[in-house]
Design a protein. Sequence first.
Length: 192
Amino acid sequence: MSTDSAEPAPGHDDQIEVVVGRIGKPHGLRGEVTVEVRTDEPERRFVVGSTLLAQPPRGSASSLASVTVAGTRWHQGVLLARFEEFVDRTAAETARGTLLSAMISADSSPEDPEEFYAHQLVGLEAYDLEGVHLGVVTALSGGAQDLLTVRTLDGRDALVPFVMALVPEVDVAAGRIVIADRPGLVTPFDED
């Protein structure tokens, strides 16, 4: 049920920017780097010849705005990538921490029907298993666990792990999501 995080691309109404990875440490001497993958579809996002938008971290010496994939391979469960812009280890080191994004069509969907882009979830109305309105999804944040932020009817923000056990139904077309709510998840604990 995980997703790529996405934001609307400025000036591109029909496209969105999807964060697909973050450049890690250099690997070897020829400019290859580790990539912290932030997409469930690395084979679609890191295609040789594709250009990815680059956002170096604050304070970085890098001025990269984009990178072109020259090659990828998996090594002990880690994606290693070569980018045309990195000719050696020193060049690769300056890009450490850089976020990588791809531009995709705003109406595209992941290949797996059980997966969603963040922009597809934001704005969905949240209901519990009995059909009681809980609020609206305002964000999806990633990390070790994808978390939905649900703005409740009383104005609180509740974080819901985006897993099948707690979110058994997502209907993007109908604009709704079902949450297996329990006290303390979205609805507050009853006061004693």
